[in-house]
Design a protein. Structure first.
Length: 188
């Protein structure tokens, strides 16, 4: 089960949230959970590769007295992928920092509206991040990362992808709020 009912009273008017197509929305939630799990496994794999690259760099520097030139550039690139994918999953699984003092002071309807507003702001942030990082990737695509020989755009792809995922996961949260459900973290 990817979404669980909340204990909050249903404050929808006229049952508007009930009119949403339940099977389609459940499929969307399952798809987001699958994407989040894939991102986490990719981040774990990237972290292992990062550890290997840094280990090779240290071994080369201190034992061989000849550091592989590509190790540092690869490590920096892997850090971008690991953190950006992890950040997107953190948005979905509510692993980010939140201040809930104001939210706790509001009545149920106000809390619900505030949570939707917050997720709309996060959605806007994700869209803007994806768009602007995509523009940056396109602007530097002709340049190469010196020691790797690949396009400099690869540095901006993880942030672009993360922005898209943040937007998708924010939509999932908004749908869950409208359906009086909570998003179950994917990493369980």
């Amino acid at each position: 089960m990817l979404a669980t009912p909340t204990n909050e009273p249903d404050v929808t008017e006229g049952g508007g949230a009930q009119a949403l197509s339940a099977p389609l929305l459940d499929a969307y939630a399952r798809g987001c959970a699958g994407l989040a799990r894939a991102c986490m496994w990719t981040s774990v794999f990237g972290l292992v590769c990062l550890i290997i690259a840094v280990t090779l760099q240290i071994f080369g520097r201190h034992v061989l007295n000849s550091t592989p030139t590509w190790a540092e550039s690869l490590a920096l690139l892997l850090v971008l992928y690991v953190t950006m994918l992890g950040a997107a999953v953190g948005v979905r699984d509510a692993g980010h920092i939140g201040f809930e003092s104001l939210q706790d002071l509001l009545p149920a309807a106000g809390r619900r509206r505030l949570r939707i507003f917050i997720h709309l702001l996060v959605l806007l942030f994700g869209v803007l991040m994806a768009w602007n990082c995509g523009v940056l990737a396109e602007s530097v695509a002709a340049y190469k990362i010196p020691n790797l020989g690949i396009s400099n755009a690869w540095k901006y792809i993880p942030a672009t992808l993360s922005g898209v995922l943040i937007a998708l996961f924010s939509i999932e949260h908004i749908i869950a709020i409208l359906r009086n459900q909570k998003v179950v973290p994917a990493w369980r």
